[in-house]
Design a protein around this ligand. Sequence first.
Ligand code: SF4
Ligand code: MG
Length: 321
Amino acid sequence: MSAIVRVRNLSRVFDVSKPWLNRVIERLPKARLRAVDDVSFEIEENACYALVGESGSGKSTIGKMVVGLLPPSQGSVEVMGVDLATEPEGERRVEVRANLQMIFQDPYASLNPRWKVRDIVAEPAVAQGKATDGLAEALLEKVGLSAVDAGKYPHEFSGGQRQRICIARALAGEPKVIICDEPTSALDVSVQSQVLNLMSDLRADLGLSYLFISHDLTVVRHMADTIGVLYLGALIEEAPRDRLFEDPKHPYTQMLFEAAPKMDAFGREIDPPKGEIPNPIDPPSGCPFHPRCPIAVDRCSVDRPELRWIGSTRVACHLAE
Ligand code: SF4
Ligand code: MG
């Protein structure tokens, strides 16, 4: 297998100072938020790589940079060997762009209510100048809806059906890579697993690769081959799925697993990991997890641990073994 997506030393810094305040107090230091901090990983062809973390851990920002919606501050993303941030306009760029699609969390917000489903689904093919006769109908059937649904409007469908429409639309671009940002977290639990099963089947059928972004370990366990755990914008552990669930090595990953069963019927965390997430504008020195870490030693507040390999796991903790 070879990597279809290569993310190298990716960082994204946002200027979050208030412009009006800067005008009043001229020399106010600029507040900078490091939303993504030196993240590297690869997605193999036909594999599902999941990024998990609490809200604000940088997962959606990484997704936007991978799909090319947001330029990196540092580092690079290569898809099919092409870096969209630097590749000049031309055939190669158009081809790679066409091979990337995104599915968002909210199937209500991402469908134009005034368009018929036929036009919504066919849109990526229209944008690529491809023939669209019968395309929407065929894709709707592929995602478990029916051809007559093409003539309806989004409001005539349930949440799960709307997410199927979003998936059909993504497939119309004939992508190789789909970025899925919390694709089922707005759906009822009963519908979630149907949509996840559909996505797994499509991956196998069409040879797709997924970057799957989620806060929900149950969902990630169902979908992913490899899992990366993010904390304050940094990758702190990465491992093959079974390895991560059997033997989580980072104290933060262990804490996430302890909190995981305590979800309500809608998959929302009732009892999040202990302690507050630190202010990302003023992150802790040393290991970013040290203020919450139950096993921290003196060194942890001074030295930042690098990601290092232990067997098939990469982990950023001085004490992991
Ligand atoms: Fe905890 Fe120290 Fe490991 Fe950070 S490096 S996770 S503070 S033990
Ligand atoms: Mg998000």
